[in-house]
Design a protein around this ligand. Structure first.
Ligand SMILES: *Cc1c(COP(=O)(O)O)cnc(C)c1O
Length: 411
């Protein structure tokens, strides 16, 4: 089938997920291809936040009990668990991904006495490497960070490695690890594995327990649509709960926070990974986003994502190759997540020119134009229109202006 605008509109008419777009509040004139960076707003959010601030005003401290705020990390964690192949009692919603990574990587390191190496991938999402650098500095002689190329990860797994930290779907290339196979290879050498699911949860099917994963972390404000700075989440396999001792031993991870005793005793389950008072205002919108995912089959989301990805790549290759773009190597469609990166020396300014046309993607240094695919609210026809705008930007050299070249703090 040759793809044209009409055939994509026909796909939208038959799309079983088409109705979910109404669950979000998206400006009419916007083509949003950046839901992998900051998801759109669930339509219920303003009402939910209104109820939350009313509870704050009226009930004040009583709302921790009466509005159930105190159990939000567990209740939202259970909602996320369903999307990542975990049990309800293995996930908590808390803190940021960076902080959670520190907690679980430190925990895993401590569970491996006599082993020093923390292994990760060069070109991993920066915060992951930075956090591991900080952890190994703090741990002194007990830890050493080894950062190797993606192709060398498997051969670098040996008996000196305490913990392997990988991002399941790469933030730039969208390349996706075989979680079960990598975890198995690590376990054969008794290495613990931490998966970062920031570009996975809500985007691809994830089966942590089916893969025998040890720990995982992930982000609330991307595909899960939790809003700017939404709380993140953390997974710890049941078999590790008893032994897991995390270093940020704050009062709300205590077995009995309101006993106010002088010494720390961890809560029995995954709640021991909580630290201080949780950010209620940063969790409520995420809860709204997850209420939508409650009604969704990730299999259907993935099927639409794969189809959209193939269509977008096909359109880009057919219509934009002549402008000097480079495309990802073919590693098999199912080995990538839910965004597409295309490379061009002027990607930053091209992205800005697209934004001026209300087509929002993002730029990742040094040369990637990144286009996210979010099947719950993106229409097939949006792909056609986005590529049409890109062709216009290139034809008219709209990137070659002072406004488009101006660098902003966030890219
Ligand atoms: C987005 C992202 C994060 C975000 O970290 P925060 O501390 O929650 O801002 C972490 N890791 C990866 C791989 C990401 O893509």
């Amino acid at each position: 089938m040759t793809i044209d605008r009409d055939s994509l509109q026909a796909l939208d008419r038959e799309d079983p997920l088409a109705g979910f777009r109404a669950d979000f509040d998206i400006p009419d004139d916007l083509i949003y291809l950046d839901g992998n960076s900051l998801g759109v707003m669930p339509a219920e959010v303003p009402a939910k936040l209104r109820r939350t601030v009313q509870a704050w005003r009226n009930d004040l401290v009583g709302a921790w009990n009466n509005a159930g705020w105190i159990s939000l990390p567990n209740r939202i964690g259970a909602r996320i668990a369903r999307l990542i192949g975990a049990h309800d009692d293995e996930v908590v919603c808390t803190d940021s991904t960076s902080v959670n990574l520190f907690k679980v990587a430190a925990t895993a390191l401590q569970m491996q006495p006599g082993r020093q190496i923390i292994l990760t991938e060069r070109g991993n999402f920066p915060t992951d490497v930075y956090i591991l650098e900080g952890l190994s500095e703090l741990a002194g002689p007990k830890a050493r960070l080894r950062v190797v190329a993606r192709e060398q990860i498997l051969e670098s797994i040996d008996e000196s490695v305490a913990v392997l930290v990988l991002t399941h779907v790469h933030y730039k290339t969208a390349a996706m690890y075989d979680m079960a196979a990598v975890t198995r290879a690590a376990h054969e050498k008794d290495v613990l594995v931490v998966w970062d699911l920031s570009h996975s949860a809500g985007a691809v099917e994830v089966d942590l327990n089916g893969s025998d994963a040890d720990f995982a972390v992930g982000c609330g404000y991307k595909y899960l649509n939790g809003g700017p700075g939404a709380s993140a989440y953390l997974f710890a396999a049941r078999r590790h709960h008893q032994r897991a001792s995390q270093p940020l031993s704050g009062w709300l991870g205590h077995r009995n926070p309101f006993a106010f005793v002088d010494s720390y005793q961890p809560a029995p389950g995954v709640a021991r990974f909580l630290c201080g008072a949780q950010s209620v205002l940063a969790m409520m919108p995420l809860d709204s986003g997850l209420e939508i995912f409650d009604r969704v089959s990730m299999r259907e989301v993935r099927a639409k994502s794969l189809r959209m990805r193939a269509i977008l790549l096909d359109l880009l290759k057919r219509r934009c190759t002549q402008y000097g773009f480079e495309f990802e190597p073919d590693i098999g469609a199912t080995n990538r997540g839910s965004h597409v990166s295309i490379m061009h020396p002027e990607s930053y300014a091209i992205c800005q020119a697209l934004i001026q046309r209300r087509v929002v993607g993002d730029f990742r240094a040094p040369d990637a134009l990144r286009l996210g695919i979010t099947p719950l609210y993106l229409r097939y026809v949006d792909l056609w229109d986005a590529v049409e705008h890109l062709v216009q930007v290139m034809e008219r050299r709209e990137w070659d202006t002072e406004a488009a070249q101006l660098r902003h703090a966030v890219t």
